[in-house]
Design a protein around this ligand. Structure first.
Ligand SMILES: *Cc1c(COP(=O)(O)O)cnc(C)c1O
Length: 467
């Protein structure tokens, strides 16, 4: 399988090339030249596989340059630390189930893809005899998942930018308490989008990127997108009966449009998916796009700090991969839309908007703080379960889009322990803090504070990067 850029100006790449490259050389995103197929009998044959086995099968359709045995070894290693079953699927009310994606080391769904990425990155670098310095931006969960997946690796160092003062105590502790020499935390005076813009500026400077061996593990990374495809297949296999060809819907708490894009890929591969509910918080740029067809990313000044902070994003990097499919995989039309976005700050696809749902299954929803509290409360009253604020945004969107006879699978993207303040506010429950978590919160923290300035960051990298 070869990968091409959405903007059409980069040479075709293998899976490993795309993984190491991050953004394509023309500024576009790597997409498979054609969507692999996995439907019908093939899908049924996967019913009894364990999660790591299924992951090797699904990833094998994308990573055709890696021998299948090596992939199987990597998926086994990636998910070895997870509880039995890896991804539990449990019904919380009639027709509505939670897909448990938060069983990894940082209690958030990003561990799922990141643990595989840690394996495959080291593998690809070893093959080539290279090192890589991962430069990333995080609103909280990406950074900690990346650092926990890459800590202590020999060929990789991590430089993670986060918005100063915008993460929860828990998220900060998860990142800043790591004392591995290959982990560098940088707190930027700004919001997440400022961090992401710094990363884009440095990674967009081809000479600098080459000289400093810069790589990326943020949500555009192909290994993450493809590893996330696995849990849509897994959840479908758990929620349906053998032989039936039952359609299911998914509700996905969305920020950078990474997770839900993987759901679209699963659908395009042939998985019977009916609706994909794009669930946002008050930062509702995607809800607006899916309702109107007009995409107008906001500036950092317009980005609200909410109680589902990992979704406080006003520019959704992976949306480009959906629009690429929407415009019939026409890189010229895609590039023209992004040029328009650059010039006028928006583009208008309202003429195509009816196709979003009809062809791709996309519907959308947004939540407020009050919605979040009410959803956490109602799920707790009905089931005794405590869900985290991001998962609550998904459940709200799921409930609004339930259809008779169509199982709705709502993705649990974090554990409630990470957001204890909001849980206390919603249901008055003080969550027990497990001993290892208490130790982590109390541990000394290591972080470099930095102005929102590209030159300062360049100098820091030149001094601290692996060469
Ligand atoms: C990252 C994150 C999201 C959003 O996922 P995207 O792939 O960026 O859309 C939602 N919930 C939590 C808890 C997250 O960490």
């Amino acid at each position: 399988m070869q990968y091409v850029s959405t903007r059409g100006q980069a040479a075709p790449m293998s899976y490993s090339d795309a993984l190491l490259e991050g953004l394509a050389t023309d500024g576009g995103l790597a997409v498979p030249v054609e969507m692999p197929e996995a439907s019908g009998e093939q899908l049924e044959a996967w019913r009894d596989l364990t999660y790591p086995e299924l992951a090797a099968e699904v990833l094998g359709l994308f990573a055709t340059d890696i021998p299948r045995d090596d992939l199987a070894r990597m998926t086994a290693a990636a998910y070895a630390g997870f509880p039995e079953g890896v991804v539990p699927v449990r019904e919380i009310e009639d027709g509505l189930s939670l897909v448990g994606l938060s069983e990894g080391p940082t209690l958030a769904f990003k561990d799922m893809a990141m643990q595989f990425l840690g394996q495959v990155l080291e593998y690809a670098l070893e093959e080539r005899g290279w090192v890589q310095n991962i430069l990333g931006a995080t609103s909280g969960d990406t950074g900690s998942a990346a650092e926990h997946a890459l800590r202590g690796k020999e060929r990789v160092a991590v430089f993670m930018l986060s918005p100063q003062g915008r993460m929860s105590d828990f998220q900060r502790a998860q990142m800043f308490s790591l004392d591995d020499a290959n982990v560098h935390n940088i707190a930027v005076a700004g919001v997440f989008d400022d961090c992401q813009n710094l990363v884009k500026e440095l990674a967009g400077d081809i000479d600098f990127k080459r000289a400093q061996h810069i790589g990326a593990v943020n949500s555009i990374n192909l290994a993450r997108i493809t590893a996330q495809v696995v849990y849509y297949f897994w959840a479908w296999l758990r929620a349906t009966d053998a032989g039936g060809w039952t359609e299911v819907s998914f509700a996905v708490p969305t920020g950078n449009f990474g997770n839900i894009l993987s759901g679209l890929y699963a659908k395009l591969m042939g998985l019977p998916v009916r609706r994909l509910v794009v669930a946002t918080n008050e930062n509702d740029v995607l809800d607006e796009f899916f309702r109107t067809g007009v995409y107008r990313p906001r500036g950092s000044a317009e980005t609200l700090a909410t109680s589902s902070p990992s979704m406080d994003i006003s520019k959704a990097s992976n949306l480009e991969r959906f629009v690429y499919e929407l415009v019939g995989r026409d890189p010229e039309r895609l590039a023209a839309l992004w040029a328009e976005l650059g010039e006028s700050g928006s583009f208008d696809l309202s003429a195509e908007q009816p196709r979003f749902a009809a062809e791709f299954g996309f519907v959308s929803a947004s939540s407020t703080h009050a919605d979040r509290l009410a959803t956490i409360r109602s799920v707790h009253e009905a089931t005794g379960e405590i869900i985290d604020p991001h998962t609550a945004d998904g459940v709200k969107g799921a409930r609004a889009n339930l259809e008779p006879g169509v199982p709705m699978l709502s993705l649990e993207t974090a554990k409630p322990e990470k957001f204890a303040d909001t849980i206390r506010e919603a249901i008055g429950v003080e969550l027990d803090c497990p001993e290892d978590v208490a130790a982590m919160l109390a541990a000394p923290q290591r972080v470099t504070e930095m102005a929102d300035d590209a030159d300062t960051l360049r100098a820091f990298l030149e001094e601290n990067a692996l060469h």
